[in-house]
Write a protein of this length. Structure first.
Lengths: 339, 342
């Protein structure tokens, strides 16, 4: 496998009337061809903004990509001109969002919207593109697909609209599909339908995928790798097994501990993380989790307040260098690095 | 526990528990009208369509199901925020559906509601102090202003808000803190029963546990009874004693949580539970999902026969021919409504 995408030290800020929002503060990650990366984190942790930035979709003003590189198949996307970027979006990298209604145009039929990108990127004519659009709708499980091309978005249910979005995302066989909370607005039984569909299509299309969610359960079954974000930074990243079953970051451990489990009777009290997520209007110094971290408190780690722990690769359970961490403490050893 | 006197009382369960709330054949239909000048009713949304259940004093009863299945309408109709179309709601033995005026106001002191959206449910122009004390003023409690302020500060402290912030406005608080304000307000009149309508759905994951732990502590301390409406089935298992599963305005399964989760009987409950993702890749890799196709039918036009027959993986002819199956007890305290389960 070769590397498809390399994000290096991405920094994104928004200059608003209420002050600067430090949304993404040095995010780096790689994505292999065909790999599925799950990005998890609470509201405001920078999941969406980091992905919008690599698509060149940060609204500016107020937003600005301050620094970083996004290398996709050898090209730095951040240096491309808007019209060059437009050719990559939709064709090589596609994105689907939480609320399909905001990304579907309410006054255009579904057919018009899917064929538009087929005409732009694949040079198809109307007959060809309608045929392909119907095939795509059929593929994502929309019954009576050819006839439904002439329906408008409001004539579909929430789950069906998300299927339509997936069909649009897939229309040009992208190498990378970014899905930002694609099932968050849906009921669990519909979510399960969409997850099954995506799993199946991912293999069929051999795409890489980034799946953004705040629901740790959703990505446990689909992602090869999980990246946990907090306060605009990556806290921990590793195989799904490593992160869920052998978590080493105080934030991940805390988060998993605070979640009740469907498969066990919940007699014990939930362990809660005290405090609340950081206000992103404060310039981040040190570790963003410091105010809430009980490991810092136990180990009396003063440097957590003012020195940013670097993103470092550490050996995973099998000894391979695959677990990435940003923390001054090693909670498995119960020690702090060079305190 | 089961003295003859207790067994004789209708409001006692088999085990001698005391029912704080008894709901029977409750219906709430919302009329659909058409016409601009002459409004005439052309149909009805059968949001709640004949449900019966009891709530035991001191327990937490979970009410789960997909959006639009009628959970919130059930909660509001119980509290008489909506008046029932049909059926009975008895609170501490007294019929609410026919009660009005001052009697109803007095009853309402003992029943409160916490809403899902801590942003929308608090008046942005009122300070925390006035939000929490408003119910006290309405019910003319603590006429002495100083005593009232003291009591409000106590309440704030109890729900984990610094009383120092008593004069701040809702927008100055985080989502979790706003939900604490909502809880303090609900507790002000010292209710015995609280409907919590998705109280944690809008909160960050790391904040949800804080609010749930607070609700559990308050329950132990004050002997509260909760009707906990939620769609997070993992949280429901954690916080609830029993759970009722709703589908299209009806209860399809009801029982103790561990019993229902470990041994679901209704095909819908089985599909619902199997659809919930678990944050553990090993469990996920070995799970058998029951994927049910299609969407929730329109509650204005429910299917004839069993409500679930348009999506049920084990549907058979009886499910179309017979009226909706009744809720019957299949194991002790475990009720199911399905022709396959008898
Ligand atoms: N257009 C904007 N203007 C100002 N601030 C913004 C804008 N978009 C995002 N932000 C801020 O950037 C930070 C990161 O936001 P982002 O949308 O990436 O969060 P997220 O992790 O996707 O959260 P969620 O789970 O709520 O979607 C937040 O503090 C957010 O308020
Ligand atoms: N005030 C109302 N007027 C008309 N229809 C309503 C009203 N409130 C709820 N409904 C409808 O009743 C059904 C049940 O709604 P609700 O009780 O809010 O569901 P839930 O809380 O389970 O998501 C839905 O179809 C909803 O659209
Ligand atoms: S760097 Fe310090 S504050 Fe941050 S997670 Fe590690 S121990 Fe906690
Ligand atoms: S009664 Fe029939 S359709 Fe309804 S849940 Fe049972 S098997 Fe399915
Ligand atoms: Mg987002
Ligand atoms: Mg509701």
């Amino acid at each position: 496998m070769s590397t498809l995408l390399e994000v290096n030290d991405l920094v994104v800020r928004f200059y608003t009337q209420e002050g600067t929002v430090y949304a993404v503060n040095g995010v780096s990650f790689d994505l292999e061809e065909g790999e599925t990366l799950g990005i998890v984190g609470e509201s405001g942790s920078g999941k969406s903004v980091s992905c919008l930035a690599l698509m060149g979709l940060i609204p500016s003003p107020p937003g600005k990509v301050e620094s970083g590189t996004v290398v996709f198949e050898g090209r730095d996307l951040l240096t491309l001109k808007p019209d060059q970027m437009r050719l990559i979006r939709g064709k090589e990298i596609a994105m689907i969002f939480q609320d399909p209604m905001t990304s579907l145009n309410p006054v255009l039929t579904i057919g018009t919207q899917i064929t538009e990108s087929l005409k732009l990127h694949e040079g198809m004519n109307t007959t060809q593109s309608r045929k392909r659009a119907a095939d795509l709708l059929d593929l994502v499980g929309i019954p009576d697909a050819y006839r439904r091309l002439d329906d408008y978005p409001h004539q579909f249910s929430g789950g069906m609209r998300q299927r339509v979005m997936i069909a649009m995302g897939l229309s040009c066989n992208p190498k990378l599909l970014i899905a930002d909370e694609p099932t968050t607005a849906l009921d669990v039984t519909i979510q399960a339908q969409i997850i099954e569909l995506v799993k199946q299509l991912k293999d069929e299309f051999n795409m890489a995928m980034i799946w953004i969610t705040h629901d740790l359960g959703v990505v446990a079954g689909i992602a090869d790798r999980i990246q946990v974000m907090y306060g605009g930074r990556i806290m921990e990243s590793g195989s799904s097994h490593e992160v869920f079953r052998d978590s080493r970051h105080p934030y991940t451990v805390g988060l998993l501990g605070s979640l009740p489990r469907l498969d066990s009777s919940g007699e014990e009290k939930l362990t809660q993380i005290e405090g609340s997520p950081p206000d992103m209007r404060n310039e981040p110094e040190g570790c963003p989790f410091a105010p809430r971290c009980d490991v810092r408190e136990q180990l009396q780690l003063e440097k957590c307040w003012d020195e940013r722990p670097p993103l470092e690769t550490v050996p995973d359970a099998s000894g391979a260098e695959a677990h990435i961490m940003s923390c001054w403490a090693d909670i498995r050893e119960g020690v702090a690095e060079n305190v | 526990m089961s003295s003859p006197a207790m067994v004789a009382d209708e409001r006692k369960t088999r085990d001698g528990d005391d029912y704080i709330l008894e709901v029977s054949n409750l219906k709430k239909h919302f009329p659909i009208s058409s016409g601009i000048v002459f409004q005439r009713q052309v149909g009805a949304v059968r949001a709640v369509d004949g449900i019966s259940f009891n709530v035991i004093r001191g327990e937490t009863l979970g009410l789960v199901g997909e959006s639009g299945c009628g959970k919130s309408t059930t909660g509001r109709t119980i509290l008489q925020l909506y008046r029932p179309t049909e059926g009975s709601v008895k609170f501490e033995g007294q019929e609410l559906s026919t009660m009005a005026g001052n009697d109803l106001r007095q009853m309402r002191r003992r029943m409160q509601i916490i809403f899902q959206d801590p942003f929308a449910s608090l008046n942005p122009r009122m300070t925390v102090g006035s939000i929490v004390s408003e119910p006290l003023q309405i019910h003319k409690m603590y006429a002495n202003k100083q005593e009232r302020q003291q009591y409000v500060e106590q309440l704030m402290e109890r729900v984990g808000l610094n009383p120092y912030f008593i004069n701040r406005y809702p927008h100055e608080f985080s989502g979790g803190q706003r939900q604490r304000i909502g809880i303090a307000r609900a507790l002000a009149l010292q209710p015995s029963f609280i409907v919590a309508d998705e109280p944690i759905s809008a909160l960050d994951v790391s904040i949800q546990a804080q609010v749930v732990n607070l609700m559990e502590e308050l329950q132990d301390e004050l002997g509260l009874t909760y009707l906990f409406i939620a769609h997070d089935l993992s949280m429901v298992r954690h916080i609830c004693d029993r759970v009722a599963v709703m589908y299209l305005g009806k209860i399809v399964e009801l029982g103790p949580v561990d019993e229902v989760y470990d041994n679901p009987q209704h095909p819908y409950t089985q599909a619902l539970l199997s659809a919930v993702p678990v944050p553990d890749p090993v469990v996920e890799d070995n799970r058998q999902r029951i994927i049910i196709s299609g969407d929730l039918p329109n509650p204005a036009n429910p299917p004839t026969g069993c409500n679930f027959n348009t999506r049920c993986p084990v549907v058979f002819d009886l499910c179309y021919q017979e009226p909706d199956p009744p809720l019957i007890e299949v194991r002790p305290d475990h009720y199911v409504s399905c022709h396959r389960v008898v």
